[in-house]
Write a protein that binds this ligand. Sequence first.
Ligand code: C5P
Length: 316
Amino acid sequence: MCEPEGIAGFVLTEPAPAKINLALHVTGQREDGYHLLDMLVTFTAFGDRIAVSPAQADHFTLSGRFSQSLEGEGANNLVIKARDRLRELLLQRGASAPPVHLHLEKNLPIASGVGGGSADAAAALRALLNLWNGALPCHDLADHDLADLDLADLALGLGADVPMCLVARPLIARGVGEAIELRADLPAFPMVLVNPLLGVSTPETFRRLAQKDNPRLKVPKAGTGKPCWLAAMQGMRNDLETPAISLVPEIASVKRALAATGAGLVRMSGSGATCFGIYNTTQAAQQAAGALAKMQPNWFVVATTSLGAEELDDAT
Ligand code: C5P
């Protein structure tokens, strides 16, 4: 991802992997209304992409299957907010942050539970840190930069999912997403992502939760292998599934369709509507995706693989 090549001649490209909540338990609620969550999170090879080049003046362009609905957003796009806040932080520290052309290739459906906007903001932060602060290798982010409290605060200020998207490798997130524990032992899984292309309102999904003090996530001990992780994941849930299905009943159809293709684990990610299936092999995932796309041409269907602990660099 650090190579000086990429989308149509940009100086630098950066993957913005989809965030998948393998499990999401709602364990409480803060006084400000935000819900406390325990989340087992992984990221996929499939996602959006950010590209960046130095420019005479700041500008932002879009491409990709789902870019159209972002056209009218202007400065409200989280990528632009990320750029402006990182610049402010660097200028405060006496560093320079000259104008840039930022480009977002939007391949992920909008408002779909896979952290798209947060992933884009995080990828923009990684790309700009590289461009403006070239000495800092991007793969050191998890170990180095999140120890930088200002950067962690900046990410959290952009959105609860941005800190974990900045790390973009298997992890457990607690609180509203700010307390991150890396889980390098969580293996990569062949996956199919399916979205019926119906947006789900995250606040409304949280509002419809019947129970807000669900059990904490029970995660395997460090160093656990794939079969143990798969077994442990069967005992976990996404507590937002029931309220999301009450808003968008098609989510239940998506889950049934994924189960019918022989997926070992089927679950919704985030507040939906994207669901995922986990398969034993890449070939099984590809076959399932082919069958689902044929059966439901109006759904978003993609076969991918989740990233292992050190794979973000290969996700372009
Ligand atoms: O993080 P995001 O901006 O997508 O959250 C949208 C809304 O979802 C919040 O304004 C809040 O109403 C609800 N939410 C919550 N608890 C969380 C995350 C989101 O109640 N941990």
